[in-house]
Design a protein around this ligand. Sequence first.
Ligand code: NAP
Length: 260
Amino acid sequence: MKILILGGTTEASQLAAALACDARFEPSLSYAGRTSAPRTPPIPHRIGGFGGVEGLIAFLTTGGFHALIDATHPFAARISAHAQAAAEAIGLPLVAVIRPPWTPGPGDFWRRCADMQAAADAIGEVPRRVMLTVGRLELSPFRGAPQHSYVLRSIDAPDPALLPPVCEIVTARGPFDVAGERALLEQHDIDVLVTKNSGGDATAAKLAAARDLRIPVLMVERPPRIFEGDVVADAAGAVAWLERLHATMGRPAVPSVPRV
Ligand code: NAP
């Protein structure tokens, strides 16, 4: 059974590992190509956009895929919409892996922000030392708040032209632990942390570190998503979904007539 996994997340990599040695499935992984050196997965992979919904439909039909798994990031709204439209158009089974968002606990001081501009505005007029863990492609709201000094952590170094005037870069790839995150926040004397509500374990340590240090968090919430199909929370859920689909596909399409 041929499966296309839309990836770029921990869950997609876990799913690739889980399916790599399963003879029932023939999985491939697709990366957008946002990071310069993605980890090489244990299954065939491709890199780059498909060319919109039509391109994705062409890729899926030409490749003879039987199922599509949208294991992209919760903030990757466009590819998820394309996956849904393409799957609907050609009647392909689709499941979305949507990890639960983070929620604040006792001792957390979070302010929820609808988008990156709201987060930049919420830092305020008084100059602050701001840690940004928001990726490197959505920095323009912070360029509009040049009174602050920023520390940006991202997997790849950003284009310098995209940065606010005072911005130090820390390149690192998760997972991160609480001790390391605490040290990073302390070393840079951070007053406020701005992050996206990505959810998941790999990058959650910064929230515990901020709680320990009583640093406020500006939490950018996920873009709205209208999804009516099957949803699972993690790679194990996607494997279970595939197993059910595989079992269904193995059965005859027309039920046999019972003998009398
Ligand atoms: P996006 O805005 O939803 O997608 C923009 C375009 O990138 C899509 O229209 C598609 O191009 C292409 N694309 C996205 N994901 C793809 C994939 N897995 N395989 C092939 N093409 C893909 O997505 P984004 O926010 O730029 O994120 C891109 C990738 O980075 C995703 O795979 C996502 O899982 C990962 N990522 C995103 C974030 C984030 O915060 N956005 C964080 C971590 C990882 P075409 O229309 O040409 O097909």
